[in-house]
Structures are given as structure tokens and as C-alpha cells.
Design a protein around this ligand. Structure first.
Ligand code: PMP
Length: 282
């Protein structure tokens, strides 16, 4: 079942108007929520970020966030989702094409679930990453539907046999094409501050909390490409990639080229949080 505004409908009944502003302008925002064993993970944080994204683009959702949260839970139950994701987006709706906001806009909300296994092998072995210039706009803090900059960066990485692109603006490392980046340098974890140049990842925040709990030194400061290339360990974090070790950047090994001990400790703590979530639904 698919959630379209306030109705649960079959996939074939869920259609998009060709003049929907999400389709024509990318005029909308979205969220991806992880579900483990039927239980949504960090749902309230995703909903709070969605509310912020909506405010930042001056978009009124069809109904309130509390009601939406209930409907997301209902969607998961209706689809008997175990391990997977909920994708949800809200656009400024359909109206004759013109850039300015339409006078009588009715926002359009759609959400669906997708089964998705955890990337266990990659979490174990790590991935290779490719460095590329960050060509995105200057409001990366908004989880907007405009993903072309990220799409092109990811494809460039895939074409080079890498699983993720690490973006930099000039000398400064910002984030991944679909993830946040942490680098362990001289025994301190560095990650870019949550400003307009990155998306403040829900996983990033969770990892920062875990680092604090584990007494790992952290500096929320950007690093340069040169510093990144000298890091002992690197991870990228996201809702679907979790705490993903990066073992090579542009063909150069990170540390000794295997997953480092600090990364393993973070992954173990994150696993515990996942297990706790999954056990809540059973
Ligand atoms: N940055 C970007 C550009 C992303 O697309 C994502 C994933 N959507 C993230 C960071 C990670 O965010 P989260 O942990 O909330 O999935």
C-alpha cells in the first residue's frame, strides 16, 4: 500500500500529476526512514528534520507531523515490513507551470515502503570512495528533492568502481553524495559542522552520541582533502549505509587498508541500538 495524502491506496492507484511541482521543479522535500524488524528507527528525529525542511522551503504539509507519524507507522504495519525503509516526500503540488509559488497550492504527500537488507558484507569489509568536487547548491541542510548534484557525484564514483563519492568544496571536505563523513586523525574524529553545506544526518547525530558515550574525542570541524588522505580511519554514515568503513580513497588505502578498531567499536554500539529497536516491535 502507498500513502497518498491521507489515503492508503494500491500502487497502481498512486499516480503523479505531470504538473506536480515536485516532478517539474524538484519543489519538495523528503525523508528516508530505516525500519528494523518492523520498527522504525529514530522516527521522531526524521519527522523533526522533515518539519524543518518544510519550514525552510515555506511548504505547508497537508496535515500535521503527529498525524503523519501515526500514518507512517500504519503504513509499515499494512505492508508487514520487516527490514526496509519508508520513503516519504511532500511537494508543492500541481498547478500550471510557473516558478513562483501557486496561490492555491495543495501540497502532495506520498510515502511507500521498500524491503531492504542491511549491507552486511560492505559493513564488514568496508568500501572504496572517490573524491569529487561538491557542485551542489548552498542549502544542503534542506533535504530537498533536487538531487542532481548528488546523483552525478555518485555515478562518477560508481564508474570508478567505488561505492561512495566524498565531496569537497575546494580544499574542504563536506560530506558524501548520500552520507556524512567522519575521519579519525591523530586519535580524534572530525566531521563537518551541521551548517548549510551539509545535511545534518540522523545517523551522523546518532554516531556523535555514540562517540560521546564511548569517550572518543570528537571535533565538529571540517578537514581538508589533504588531512582526509592522511586519516587513520574514515567512515561514512547514513540511514541505509549505517556506519560504513571506507578502506580506500581514490585507490589509496586508509590506514593499513583494513577496517580500523575505532570503527568496529562504533559499529558494535550501533548494532546494539538496532537490536533494541527491532526487539521493541516483537
Ligand atoms: N548527506 C546527504 C547528502 C544525504 O543524502 C544523506 C542521506 N540521505 C546523508 C547525509 C545522511 O543522512 P541520514 O543519516 O539522515 O540518512
Amino acid at each position: 500500500m502507498i500513502l497518498v495524502n491521507d489515503r492508503f491506496v494500491e500502487r497502481t492507484e498512486a499516480t503523479v500529476d505531470i504538473e506536480d511541482r515536485g516532478y517539474q521543479f524538484g519543489d519538495g522535500v523528503y525523508e528516508v526512514i530505516r525500519v528494523y524488524g518492523g520498527a522504525p528507527f529514530l522516527l521522531d528525529e526524521h519527522m523533526a528534520r522533515l518539519a524543518r525542511s518544510l519550514r525552510e522551503i515555506r511548504l505547508e504539509p497537508p496535515y500535521g507531523i503527529d498525524e503523519l507519524t501515526d500514518k507512517i507507522r500504519r503504513l509499515i504495519t499494512l505492508n508487514a515490513l520487516g527490514d526496509g525503509i519508508v520513503y516519504l516526500q511532500i511537494t508543492r503540488g500541481a498547478s500550471p507551470r510557473t516558478h513562483g509559488f501557486p496561490k492555491n497550492a495543495h501540497s502532495v504527500l506520498t510515502a511507500y515502503t521498500q524491503t531492504l537488507d542491511r549491507p552486511l558484507q560492505a559493513l564488514q569489509e568496508g568500501i572504496r570512495a572517490h573524491l569529487t568536487e561538491d557542485i551542489r547548491w548552498l542549502r544542503c541542510d534542506i533535504k530537498s528533492l533536487n538531487l542532481l548534484g548528488s546523483v552525478l557525484a555518485k555515478q562518477e564514483a560508481l564508474d570508478k568502481g567505488c561505492a561512495e563519492a566524498i565531496l569537497h568544496r575546494g580544499k574542504t571536505v563536506t560530506e558524501g553524495s548520500a552520507s556524512n563523513v567522519f575521519a579519525l586523525i591523530g586519535g580524534v574524529w572530525f566531521t563537518h559542522p551541521a551548517n548549510h553545506l551539509i545535511l545534518d544526518g540522523i545517523t551522523r547525530r546518532s554516531v556523535l552520541r555514540i562517540m560521546q558515550e564511548l569517550d572518543m574525542p570528537v571535533k565538529v570541524e571540517a578537514v581538508t582533502v589533504e588531512q582526509l588522505l592522511a586519516a587513520e580511519e574514515i567512515i561514512v554514515t547514513s540511514t541505509t549505509q549505517e556506519i560504513m568503513p571506507v578502506v580506500a580513497v581514490d585507490g589509496r588505502p586508509v590506514g593499513d587498508g583494513s577496517v580500523g578498531p575505532w570503527t568496529r567499536r562504533l559499529q558494535a554500539a550501533f548494532e546494539a541500538a538496532i537490536r533494541e529497536t527491532a526487539s521493541r516491535s516483537s
